[in-house]
Design a protein. Sequence first.
Length: 138
Amino acid sequence: MAIYQETITLSPKSKGFHLITSEIEKALVSIPSIETGILHLFIQHTSASLSINENADPTVREDMEHFFSELADDKPYYIHTYEGADDMPAHIKASMLGNSLTIPITNGRMNLGTWQGIYLGEHRDHGGNRRIVVTYYG
């Protein structure tokens, strides 16, 4: 079994859900002899998340942002506001959506469904660069 790992850095993105599948695919190109195995993605932040969802219609990403904003933003009872009013909502959204994904690799490619793509959920108004640890087991 081979294990390969690298950390990629995504450029800052606006608050919302962003399709990052192609950026993950670029990281896979540098893995030698990738054929069959498991890909694990882990985001090293507590105010951003990873998820898999619709990759074709961008209105899904807009609807996701509206739903999670309505659910978690602007609550008067938040105590943790050290980094601003978007701090606690970002932590809640990241906890709900998660910080890692596991994806099968088949024939050297991520074995996602036809309409599946990898999302970065940016939950801060100004989140900055985001680091993702990409680990391949094969």
